[in-house]
Design a protein around this ligand. Structure first.
Ligand code: IPM
Ligand code: MN
Length: 339
């Protein structure tokens, strides 16, 4: 069976890390017969320059008609691309693992956290206004969407260490009180899973003080955005952390990080992007019952771990001076040993 993958290469370090990731996928595609076909689409800052809009409808249609989308980080127009995509395609679950990788200098060892972030409402709902004198953004929390993301978190926790931490600010915000109530209702349907709750400010503190206490963090949209960057720092670099935006029928895989305009574009760490591709293969494998996709995902994981463990080639964010391309060549060398 063939899989059409729409690809948004992104801005800044995006094109380089995407090129590196596609090379890895092409190698696996060729050796394992995965049936992946890539279709590049224009979106982001370059699309805005070319067509006057960062997400032209023609691009949206290609994305919507693909099996899933692999997306690089976008620059200035990031919010006008990914937020509408998440909403229009109802990609309600943003799944963000923060895991300790081999030989990475970090605050703690053996961190393994899964942030399950609601992805379609909260402060990102777009009910807002701004004048020179005042501005507001309405934080929308609904029972339906909270229940859906909470079920997702418990489903994932059941396959992990069976603990869910509900994060909110219910002592101040009414919207958080509903979020909390619904999450705790869902928790009662899953008595086999341990549940606790933290105010978001304390959660931010605990993430650095003792990240080993966390398994699954269940959190609303913007709090989840902030905590996922923090979790990336805890495991050593934003360059290591992938994200999956998942809906009933469609999904977009991307790094947690942005386009990193502050670093030379050929020095970005492609690990997060490659691990997003790994999550993509797992999602496709599960949806379509294809074991070889899982196997390919595992090969990406092992190959990246091997390269990091050897410490021969690493990008500046993790203490080296190698380029994206050099890291990718090493990963491909390892993949060749596994296929
Ligand atoms: C992320 C990003 C996006 C978000 C931006 C680009 C809209 O920071 O995916 O974490 O806030 O969700
Ligand atoms: Mn973010």
């Amino acid at each position: 069976m063939g899989f059409k993958i729409s690809v948004i290469e992104g801005d800044g370090i995006g094109p380089e890390i995407m090129k590196a990731t596609i090379k890895v996928l092409e190698l696996l595609n060729e050796k394992q017969g995965l049936g992946l076909e890539f279709k590049h689409v224009d979106a982001g800052d370059k699309a805005k320059e070319k067509y006057g809009e960062p997400l032209p409808n023609t691009s949206f249609e290609v994305i919507r008609n693909s099996h899933c989308c692999l997306k690089g980080p976008i620059g200035e127009t990031a919010g006008s691309v990914i937020v509408p995509l998440r909403m229009k395609l109802d990609l309600y679950a943003n799944i963000r693992p923060a895991v300790t990788l081999p030989s990475i200098a970090s605050l703690f060892k053996d961190v393994d956290i899964l942030i399950v972030r609601e992805n379609t409402e909260g402060l990102y709902k777009g009910i807002e206004d701004k004048t020179d004198e005042y501005a507001f953004s309405v934080r929308v929390i609904t029972r339906k969407k909270t229940e859906r993301i909470a079920e997702e978190a418990y489903w994932r926790a059941a396959k992990r260490k069976r603990k869910v931490t509900v994060v909110h600010k219910a002592n101040v915000l009414a919207s958080c009180r509903l979020f909390r109530e619904v999450c705790l209702e869902v928790s009662r349907r899953h008595p086999e899973i341990q549940t606790n709750e933290l105010y978001v400010d304390n959660a931010a503190y605990q993430l650095i003080k003792n990240p080993l206490q966390f398994d699954v963090i269940l959190v609303s949209n913007m709090f989840g955005d902030i905590l996922s960057d923090e979790a990336a720092a805890v495991v050593g670099s934003l360059g290591l952390c992938p994200a999956a935006n998942i809906g009933e029928r469609f999904a977009i895989f991307e790094p947690v990080h942005g386009s990193a305009p502050d670093i030379p574009k050929e020095y970005g760490n492609p690990t997060a992007m490659m691990l997003a591709a790994k999550m993509m293969l797992e999602w496709l494998g599960e949806k379509h019952g294809e074991k070889k996709l899982f196997k390919a995902a595992q090969i990406i994981w092992k190959s990246i771990c091997d390269v990091l463990r050897e410490k021969k080639v690493r990008t500046p964010d993790i203490g080296g001076n190698s380029r994206t391309e050099e890291f990718a060549s090493e990963v491909m060398g390892k993949i060749s040993l596994y296929v």
